[in-house]
Design a protein around this ligand. Structure first.
Ligand code: ADP
Ligand code: 5GP
Length: 212
């Protein structure tokens, strides 16, 4: 049996950061290199940005639909960010976890707190910091997706998001992108190897033990 075939519980891998610090970029790289990791696609009431695809980047819904999903208990967590509603649909996440796959979440500190309450032993929380506030602003402008007013709003919200860094298990300063991707991948690899997550180990060890 190869180590990758040992039955294992899936984990909830959360990446949070102030907007612009690089979590979407790091997420894309992680997903490329990990077939057993899938992205949780959130529902949101915010309008799509140029290039964003419904069902891929977000499920874009109106306020009525969002509230109906809240009432139907269809979210694992939900929160208001920058005046828009965001939520993590429950069913696809539970399906992935039950199959022993891992799920990647790009959610804010409010969502992370709610997930921590419901999935304490299966959650791994990583916070991404920018190397400086000047660089954070440069990245927000460089992304060229938001108006000046939205950039100013995101910069002022960054303090609030960053004040929650100590609630996370790991913190990465995203200066060099390649180094950050390697570090986040190392965290994922190590967390997958935690003894309590490798539920198939007992069977393997039984087959390894020599008979008297
Ligand atoms: P977030 O998802 O946290 O809002 P993004 O991943 O969209 O942030 O990154 C914001 C911008 O910064 C993008 O243009 C991205 O290419 C760039 N970026 C991300 N990481 C780095 C890095 N380490 N060095 C330089 N630019 C980066
Ligand atoms: P953006 O509008 O830039 O895509 O996301 C804004 C913020 O909302 C980011 O901090 C992102 O992590 C957060 N976010 C995205 N989806 C969810 C979600 O489903 N739940 C919560 N709580 N936050 C989310």
């Amino acid at each position: 049996m190869r180590p990758s075939e040992i039955r294992r519980r899936g984990l909830l891998f959360v990446l949070s950061s102030p907007s612009g610090a690089g979590k979407s970029t790091i997420s894309r790289r992680l997903l490329d290199g990990n077939p057993q990791l899938s992205m949780s696609v959130s529902a949101t009431t915010r309008p799509p940005r140029p290039g964003e695809i419904d069902g891929v980047h977000y499920q874009f819904v109106d306020h009525g639909r969002f509230e109906a999903m809240v009432a139907a208990d269809a979210f694992l967590e939900h929160a208001t960010v920058f005046g828009n509603r965001y939520g993590t649909p429950k069913a696809p996440v539970l399906e992935q976890l039950q199959a022993g796959h891992d799920v990647l979440f790009d959610i804010d500190w409010q969502g992370t707190q709610q997930l921590s309450e419901s999935a304490e032993s299966d959650i791994v929380r990583v916070f991404i910091l920018p190397p400086s506030s000047t660089e954070l602003e440069r990245r927000l402008r460089g992304r060229a997706q938001d108006s000046e007013a939205v950039i100013a709003q995101r910069m002022s919200k960054a303090n609030d998001e960053m004040s929650h860094w100590a609630e996370y298990d790991y913190v990465i300063v995203n200066d060099d992108l390649e180094a950050s991707v390697t570090r986040v991948q190392s965290i994922l690899t190590a967390e997958r190897l935690r003894r309590r997550r490798q539920v198939g180990l007992t069977d393997l060890v039984r087959t390894l033990q020599l008979r008297p």
